[in-house]
Design a protein around this ligand. Structure first.
Ligand SMILES: [Zn+2]
Ligand SMILES: [Zn+2]
Length: 458
């Protein structure tokens, strides 16, 4: 810029002309910055408080530079929690793992495809269980003619040595039929998440999940429009139901499933003590691959952004009457993130990975960044330090809409968490990310963004 300006001065002696040129350049730069600022969304604090988000004076185009409102707040001593200035979209956080298990070369990644080389025309019906539901899922399978690139054995590593069990070559008889069936299964059994899927969890988790069930059933199905008297579906209830279905679905992308019914496809129990599934029969690998594609491409890809958008809508409404529902929703998502981290950690160990989360390190990193986003959203929305609530004065706080039963539940939760706190690891070295209470425990007191896994530095 400078040399051109000097050249202008040399060739153009008329002052107004120079003035105009310099100003027009300045304006162009300003215009560019304004466009950049517009492209950056308002920060979370300004959005929730419905005030104009004024960009950082020194670095107006840097999305990471705190806005003027956040700067001002960080300088006052009155705030109970000091949240960073965050600009992001809640719907774009990552909550489920990318699929693609490399169990066949017949298609790329998570394409939802049928196998086309059948061994015969008969189909069999098997039960597929995963320990998440009272009822296994019933699926129709058919024997295939294996081809190069199909993985036919289940592998695991024991003491550095790779072991395997060969399984019969079966695939889903019709992948789209199974996809439809899973959607029906989800409608019918997703609430098992609240009991069956957490039956071995800490009492604290079990009780909170059962409260989700109680709260869901206490909400009316429909609300009446105050002006027209027209009945409209209760979106708060729908948010909870969608959350339960979503969490039940992501559980299906963790752990292992097995053949559980009378029809066993001729698979023999594995007697090797190091076999990771104990007395359970491993599913033929092509079925595992196809089911994984269904979960990623058909179920979660659609469900996840829709649900997060719905949650964002509720947070932005900033209505204290939704406080308890939003508490439960964020609690569940954060707990499910711990479950996923733990599952990835287990998987990496079973496969002797050299890094903490093996091949899915980047996914775990993104998911933990998502936990930070959820926690910052909660931090702004909750507007109360839960470790220091004056319950006698709750009618003057955001907690004024809680029912007496919900008050008792929250008091119990805070007390139980306080007892658990000394046992919850606080550093990655101690295993904090895989601990079931680590992320949820951050919902209560003062909070600052958590250290997350960095897949570049295992
Ligand atoms: Zn702002
Ligand atoms: Zn801000």
């Amino acid at each position: 810029m400078r040399p051109v300006d000097i050249a202008d001065v040399v060739t153009q002696t008329s002052k107004p002309r120079i003035h105009r040129k310099i100003r027009s350049r300045y304006t162009a730069k300003q215009a560019e910055e304004t466009t950049k600022t517009r492209r950056m969304r308002a920060c979370l604090r300004c959005h929730i408080q419905r005030v104009r988000c004024i960009p950082n004076e020194e670095n107006p185009a840097d999305p990471k530079a705190p806005c003027q409102t956040c700067l001002r707040v960080s300088q006052t001593k009155k705030v109970i929690h000091n949240c960073p200035c965050m600009r992001f979209r809640l719907p774009s956080i990552v909550l489920y793992r990318p699929g693609g298990l490399n169990l066949t070369c017949r298609w790329e990644g998570t394409q939802v495809k049928n196998v086309d080389s059948w061994a015969d025309s008969s189909t069999l019906v098997i039960d597929m269980a995963q320990g998440l539901c009272r009822k296994p899922m019933t699926i129709r399978v058919r024997r295939i003619r294996p081809q190069a690139g199909d993985v036919l054995s289940r592998f695991w590593v024991h003491d550095g040595e790779c072991r395997a069990q060969e399984l019969p070559p079966y695939a889903l008889a019709d992948v789209h039929e199974t996809a439809d069936q899973f959607q029906k299964y989800l409608k019918e059994y997703a609430f098992d998440l609240l009991t069956e899927s957490v039956k071995d969890s800490d009492e604290y988790i079990r009780y909170t999940y059962s409260m989700v069930d109680i709260h869901y059933h206490s909400l009316p199905d429909e609300l009446e429009n105050a002006v027209t008297g027209e009945k409209i579906p209760n979106r708060e209830k729908k948010l909870l139901a969608d959350m339960i279905r979503f969490c039940f679905s992501i559980r299906h992308t963790t752990g292992s499933s097995w053949v559980s019914g009378k029809e066993t496809l001729g698979i023999e129990p594995n007697l090797d003590p190091s076999y990771p599934l104990g007395d359970k029969l491993s599913l033929p690998r092509m079925i595992v691959a196809q089911f994984d594609s269904i979960m990623c491409e058909i179920v979660l890809k659609e469900m996840c952004p829709m649900l997060l958008k719905h949650l964002e809508e509720f947070v932005f409404k900033n209505n204290p009457a939704n406080w308890f529902t939003i508490y439960l929703v964020i609690f569940m998502l954060l707990h499910e993130i711990s479950v996923s981290c733990r599952d990835r950690y287990r998987h990496a160990r079973q496969n002797s990975a050299r890094t903490r989360y093996g091949t899915l390190g980047r996914f775990v990193e993104q998911m933990q960044e998502g936990a930070n986003v959820l926690l910052s959203v909660w931090q702004y929305y909750k507007s109360v330090d839960l470790m220091n609530v004056d319950w006698n004065n709750r009618n003057n706080t955001r907690l004024k809409h809680l029912t007496p039963q919900q008050v008792l539940f929250m008091q119990w939760s805070i007390q139980t968490l306080s007892q658990r706190l000394p046992t919850i690891p606080q550093t990655p070295e101690e295993g904090c990310w895989e601990h079931p209470l680590y992320f949820v425990s951050q919902m209560f007191g003062t909070w600052s963004p958590l250290r997350t896994y960095n897949y570049m530095e295992p």
